[in-house]
Design a protein around this ligand. Structure first.
Ligand code: UT7
Length: 325
């Protein structure tokens, strides 16, 4: 039976030029390169320049994805941007990206699910494409977390970085089998009872300020392994795949120990994991498309591969997606 799938036609990425190393951070707060590497796997991160906005990073990443897809921006009718660091309170950064790409039709909006934002955005775009409401979508994860960090808090400022990644999706008719190309399944979850574990202590509706990121790292870590492993299992059950059949595991890049812990728990071989956190740190909603881009450039992401993506972030929110490239 014919079935519409969202096929991933292109991937792109953009990182700010400026690199901040762990040693640079040790001059700002009481930390060491050794602590950051051992506890997180992070070695350096990119930081946006003054005036370099989330939309600027998102536009650059989207342009690259469109060129690689061989799709003209005028043929895009949906732009979904996952971000927690919008240029402005409104309009949506997605609308600014839409305008920057020269797209004047269809719809554009933001999705706010913090580090799970890309999985949420992918899931939303996939559902719109499957129902036939839109035909081609750009899904962007773009962040400038450097702007909401408390640069005196060593427990958080060493973890995050700036960047953007994007994918281009196209609705294509497939057979409706598990061998189809495109997004095979997505699962998104949230539980607001855990808000206090990871949040920003400001906002237009409460303090009229932007605020700073606050996190109980140890507790978030504990929830991450358990919740992500659970949602991956659900996603695999939906499609009938076993963890061993996954070709490439592209997780949100929060902490190397979390990634390794989940892979170990599910029985995913270490060689299948894509790591970018050494070079990027945690770029929140941008980390999965940045990792997809890395895998593409390393020639690990080729047609036919079964790709598993997952994330957890503030909310708490979490989710997973399975796609055949
Ligand atoms: O992407 C959204 C989701 N976010 C995450 O998934 C993050 C999850 N959490 C983590 O990745 C880890 O919990 C952290 C990397 C944030 C922290 O690692 P940890 O092993 O859980 O350390 P901890 O918070 O238990 O702290 C251990 C010690 C503490 O010192 P005492 O109390 O034992 O004396 C901290 O004060 O390490 C200290 N510490 C640091 N020391 C040097 C915390 N941050 C630093 C630092 N440099 N930057």
């Amino acid at each position: 039976m014919a079935f519409i799938r969202s096929v991933i036609r292109g991937v792109g990425a953009h990182l700010p030029k400026r690199v901040m190393t762990n040693d640079d951070l040790s001059r700002l707060v009481d930390t060491t390169d050794a602590w950051i590497r051992e506890r997180t796997g992070i070695e350096e991160r990119h930081i946006a320049e003054e005036g370099e906005l989330t939309s600027d990073l998102g536009i650059a990443a989207s342009r690259q994805a469109l060129v690689r897809a061989g799709i003209d921006p005028v043929d895009i009718d949906l732009v979904v941007c996952a971000t927690s660091t919008p240029d402005r309170t409104f309009p949506a950064t997605g609308v600014r990206i839409q305008a920057g790409l020269g797209i004047t039709r269809g719809a554009a909006f933001d999705v706010q699910a913090v580090c799970s934002g890309f999985i949420y955005a992918l899931s939303i775009a996939d559902n719109f494409l499957k129902t036939g409401q839109f035909k081609r979508a750009v899904v962007v994860g773009a962040e400038t977390f450097s702007r909401i960090l408390d640069w005196s808090d060593r427990g958080t400022c060493v973890l995050f970085g700036d960047g953007a990644g994007a994918v281009v999706l196209e609705a294509q008719t497939q057979l409706g089998s598990r061998e189809d190309r495109g997004i095979l399944a997505t699962r998104i979850r949230s539980d607001g009872r855990f808000e206090d574990l990871l949040y920003v202590d400001g906002g237009p509706g409460s303090t009229k300020t932007t605020g700073h990121l606050r996190m109980n790292g140890r507790e978030v870590f504990r929830h991450a392994v358990q919740k992500i492993a659970g949602v991956i299992e659900e996603t695999l059950v939906m499609t009938g795949y076993a963890p061993g059949e996954v070709d490439l595991y592209v997780p949100h890049q929060a902490n190397k120990r979390i990634l390794d812990g989940i892979a170990h728990r599910l029985g995913i071989e270490p060689a299948k994991i894509v790591y970018t956190l050494a070079r990027h740190g945690n770029t929140s909603a941008a980390s999965i498309p940045l990792a997809l881009n890395q895998a593409l450039e390393d020639r690990r992401l080729t047609e036919g591969r079964l790709v598993l993506m997952e994330a957890m972030g503030g909310g708490l929110t979490w989710g997973a997606a399975l796609a055949r490239w």
